[in-house]
Design a binder for this molecule. Structure first.
Ligand code: T46
Length: 144
C-alpha cells in the first residue's frame, strides 16, 4: 500500500518524481505535495571526510527529509525502541525523519552531498544531544 504524503510514520522513504530526457534527469520537490510539513529551512553537508560521523542527536520538534544529492552515506535511526538503517544514494529518494528520532550518519562516499529540508529554523534548544535524555523524552511521549 502506498503511504499518504502526510503520514507521520517515524521514518520512511519518500519517492520524488523524475523527468528524464536525453539531457539528463530532473527531479523536483513541491511543498505540501511531496513534503509532509511546511519547509522552513534547507541546509546541505558537503566536503565531508569519508571517515566522518555526523548526527548523534535527536530533536524535540523538528521534522526533516534527508537526501543524498550526490554520492552515498548511511543513516542509522532509532525511535527509542526500534533501530534501523538506510543507505541513501538515490537523489529521487528522501528519508523522512519525524521528531524524537535519534540519528547517526557515517560511511560518506568521496564528494557526497547531503541536502536536508527542515520544518523549523535552526534552534539549538530543539536538540537532544545526550542519548539518555532522548530516551527519557521518547518514553515520556509513549506514555502520553
Ligand atoms: C541532522 C543532520 C542530517 C547551524 O548553524 N544551522 C543549521 O541549520 C544546522 C543544521 C547547524 N548549524 C550549526 C550548529 C553546529 O554548530 O552547525 C554546526 C553543526 O551542526 P550539527 O552538529 O547539528 O550537524 P550534523 O551534521 O551533526 O547534524 C545536522 C542536523 O543538525 C541534524 O538535525 O539530521 O545534519
Amino acid at each position: 500500500m502506498t503511504e499518504s504524503i502526510n503520514s507521520k510514520n517515524f521514518v520512511r522513504l519518500i519517492d520524488l518524481p523524475v523527468v528524464t530526457d536525453p539531457r539528463g534527469d530532473l527531479t523536483f520537490i513541491e511543498g505540501e505535495r511531496h513534503v509532509p510539513f511546511p519547509i522552513r529551512r534547507v541546509y546541505y553537508l558537503y566536503n565531508v571526510p569519508v571517515d566522518a560521523e555526523r548526527g548523534g542527536h535527536a530533536h524535540h520538534g523538528l521534522e526533516q527529509i534527508v537526501f543524498a544529492l550526490s554520492g552515498s552515506f548511511r543513516i542509522k535511526v532509532d525511535n527509542g525502541t526500534t533501530k534501523s538503517e538506510y543507505w541513501l544514494s538515490d537523489p529521487r529518494k528522501g528519508l523522512y525523519i519525524n521528531r524524537l528520532i535519534w540519528r547517526e550518519m557515517d560511511s560518506f562516499s568521496q564528494g557526497a552531498v547531503c541536502m536536508v529540508l527542515a520544518s523549523q529554523p535552526y534552534d539549538e534548544a530543539d536538540y537532544l544531544r545526550e542519548y539518555d535524555n532522548f530516551i527519557e523524552a521518547a518514553n515520556k511521549e509513549t506514555k502520553n
